[in-house]
Write a protein that binds this ligand. Sequence first.
Ligand SMILES: C[S@@+](CC[C@H](N)C(=O)[O-])C[C@H]1O[C@@H](n2cnc3c(N)ncnc32)[C@H](O)[C@@H]1O
Length: 252
Amino acid sequence: MSGVGRNLRGFSPLYDTQGEDEETKSAQTYDKAFVDHEIYERSIVQWFSGVSAEVNIEDSELAQRNNVSLSYGELTPQALTKLGRRRFLDLRNCSVLFDLGCGVGKLTVQAFAQFDNIKKVVGIEFSRRRFEKGVIALKTNVVDELKMQELEHSKTTYLACRGNRTIELRHGDALSTQDIEDADVVLLMVNIREDHKARAQSLLKRLKKNARFISYTYLMEDDEIRARPKSRDSFSCSWSTAGHAITIWETL
Ligand SMILES: C[S@@+](CC[C@H](N)C(=O)[O-])C[C@H]1O[C@@H](n2cnc3c(N)ncnc32)[C@H](O)[C@@H]1O
């Protein structure tokens, strides 16, 4: 394994193999994001070690009032590497990724660290406590400086820039995301209650052509969501040793 990616604050550039099918290439010329995936995956485990997804009473009360589910489970770092492959979310061909319901921010941070072609990564979380833990993990392990930013549509946002790339953690309701049109990839790994389904569907209708998204909730009954199932597979997660079956959708 090469040293690329060991100094993650430095984020060494990945090899210039964008657009090639990583699965047909030899290990030597393979996309570095995938060759070095174990480094990123281990880093995520380290950076978030001891960070629990526990919420406090204020979070629970606010969630109850808004009928938001704070139920928690994680896709593993290995699952994000696998999802990154061309036949799934194709993260090597992604400039903007939204992680809606980002929990403590593991997938958000991993996407930013592992795929340096992604120019903007945004994680949005309803629970203030989880959001704040994500901010601390990001600040402690990944970036040198985090700026607080006021956005109209988010209660609090922390933003970090690395060259021309940005990572943002927002505290707020992900289903009210105003700039979703920018997204190439959306992770909507949220337990969406029945009465919020229409809001989630409205969000997906605004995605641009060829955007990819995944969700726990089946939202495709709405004919106005113009998307096709791109692929389906099982991805490792914290709640099942067998993994969780996920359909990857691509907008038309
Ligand atoms: C199942 S966890 C997924 C965590 C992470 N994305 C992952 O896959 O590892 C879902 C998260 O979405 C959050 N959530 C639920 N509804 C939300 C909403 N409307 N806006 C923002 N976050 C929400 C929950 O608080 C929880 O942290």
